[in-house]
Design a protein around this ligand. Structure first.
Ligand code: SF4
Ligand code: SF4
Length: 175
């Protein structure tokens, strides 16, 4: 499965607009009932460390009904889907699921998926990693590989087709 397929999936998903709206309303209700804005999700967020994503604010904006503002923003695409916000939340809120729904709605609204995101997705679906293995330069200027650093080889999916299907299935289920 390729990113081109993702684009055509987005087209097909237009029929599911009602389902996504219902999903967001359900998430909004859950967030309103449970989230007390403790910020624990944001303090562990991988995208918050380097970018400006603040999952607790995403939850607050959803509670306030600012859905169209969020779907128009590139910020929602900075989420790397690590699920830490869901794991850390003491109230069983899942900001990551809100972000999945917002991303799907954004595509349905005709917004282009940012290039970095499609490149990452294409890489994951073609080799099982969001980017290829990198070499690093140490303080002495020597180029080091995982091997030379004594690190174990990175495991990759054995069945890429199955892996890609699982990724796409997850994305759809999270809607
Ligand atoms: S960790 Fe949970 S309760 Fe705390 S701000 Fe995030 S979503 Fe809300
Ligand atoms: S899933 Fe997204 S929002 Fe949640 S912690 Fe990871 S990067 Fe942050």
């Amino acid at each position: 499965m390729s990113v081109t397929d993702l684009t055509s999936m987005a087209e097909a998903q237009k029929q599911d607009r009602l389902e996504i709206d219902q999903r967001l309303q359900k998430l909004r209700l859950e967030a309103s009932e449970r989230c007390y804005q403790c910020g624990k999700c944001t303090s562990g967020c991988e995208a918050h460390k380097l970018l400006e994503l603040e999952p607790h604010r995403i939850v607050a904006l959803l509670k306030g009904g600012l859905i169209s503002e969020m779907t128009a923003s590139d910020l929602i695409w900075t989420c790397v889907s690590c699920f830490k916000c869901m794991e850390r939340c003491p109230q069983k809120v899942a900001p990551v699921n809100i972000l999945f729904a917002l991303k799907n709605l954004s595509v349905m609204n005709g917004k282009d998926v940012p290039g970095n995101y499609t490149a990452m997705l294409q890489s994951a679906m073609s080799m099982g990693l969001i980017q290829d293995l990198q070499e690093v330069v140490d303080r002495a200027g020597a180029v080091r590989t995982r091997d030379s650093l004594g690190l174990p080889p990175v495991s990759k999916p054995v069945d890429m087709e199955k892996f890609a299907t699982a990724i796409m299935g997850t994305a759809v289920e999270k809607v």
